[in-house]
Design a binder for this molecule. Structure first.
Ligand SMILES: C[S@@+](CC[C@H](N)C(=O)[O-])C[C@H]1O[C@@H](n2cnc3c(N)ncnc32)[C@H](O)[C@@H]1O
Length: 280
């Protein structure tokens, strides 16, 4: 994994307010890697960036000269009819600069309802490789934003949609169904960690495989009449996460780490002994 992406995943992300689970970040990284392996190029875009939590990752996963387009109401929060987050331009810019830089950023402040696919292609200087839909959460806005990114997507592009199965935001699921009734040239291929992923039918199998490999396990289910992978992530426990952390690796053999390891193993032996006694 690219060092800047890894740094953002492990540390930087926690300093940015927003919505992005570790499992979703890992899936997006794996899908972007698979796109690179397939030679799929193009800009990235997000409708609804809030303070930039996912956008920064998308930016880090893109390469010069690919542009990264950020669409949000920002200062026009009086138009944010469902109050799903609240974009803040100053914080967004600060976060992006701190964690990724901004030379390839294209800002598009305003209402996404005024945007069409051709606008996105012009702003990104070509069809999109990765696009996230996480703006207004009403059915009307979700359906509109999906149609917008679909019209701007490259052949091997991927659309990431937030909250499709979130019971707090039923409008998103309604919007997805409304949009899908118009028979778009996209199919869903995976669902997991509050994100639903769509791509052109030509790339469905290869992306589904990449998403499942990132999760570690999956079951096949059906959504919108299509077979999709429900991603099941095996999250490492606290001990495994601690053991893998750079800080622990530095201290584990020092006068600080050695007694901690002794206490941990002694405690484990005692707990096992007690558990055996309770069996009788
Ligand atoms: C849930 S937040 C986005 C979270 C973000 N993707 C993240 O990674 O944390 C939704 C965002 O959509 C923006 N928004 C809401 N309605 C919008 C609209 N009609 N046009 C553009 N942006 C909109 C809000 O300002 C808010 O920043």
């Amino acid at each position: 994994m690219d060092a800047r992406v890894e740094n953002y995943l492990r540390r930087g992300r926690f300093y940015v307010e927003g919505w992005l689970r570790t499992e979703a970040a890992l899936t997006v990284i794996a899908l972007a890697d698979r796109q690179r392996a397939l030679g799929v190029n193009g800009g990235t875009a997000e409708i609804g960036v809030h303070h930039g939590k996912l956008f920064i990752l998308l930016y880090l996963l893109s390469r010069s000269p690919e542009r990264a387009v950020a669409v949000d109401l920002f200062d026009d929060q009086h138009l944010n009819i469902d109050q799903s987050g609240a974009g803040d331009l100053a914080r967004f810019r600060h976060n992006l600069e701190r964690h990724a830089g901004s030379d390839r950023l294209v800002l598009k402040p305003g209402n996404s309802l005024a945007l069409c696919g051709a606008d996105l292609v012009r702003l990104a200087d070509g069809p999109l490789r990765l696009a996230s839909v996480d703006g207004g959460h009403t059915a009307e806005i979700a359906a509109h934003d999906l149609a917008t990114v679909e019209a701007a997507l490259a052949e091997g592009g991927i659309v990431i949609v937030d909250d499709v199965f979130n019971e707090q935001w039923p409008g998103v699921g309604d919007g997805v169904r409304r949009w899908f009734e118009r028979r778009p040239n996209l199919v869903p291929f995976a669902i997991g960690a509050n994100k639903t992923y769509f791509c052109r039918p030509s790339h469905r199998d290869v992306y589904r495989q990449a998403a499942v490999a990132a999760a570690g396990a999956a079951t096949t289910t059906e959504f919108l009449g299509e077979a999709v992978a429900f991603l099941q992530f095996a999250r490492p426990g606290f001990k495994d996460r601690l053991a893998a952390s750079p800080l622990w690796r530095q201290v584990r053999t020092t006068p600080v780490g050695l007694p901690l390891r002794w206490a941990w193993h002694t405690g484990r032996r005692l707990r096992r002994g007690l558990a055996r006694r309770e069996d009788f």
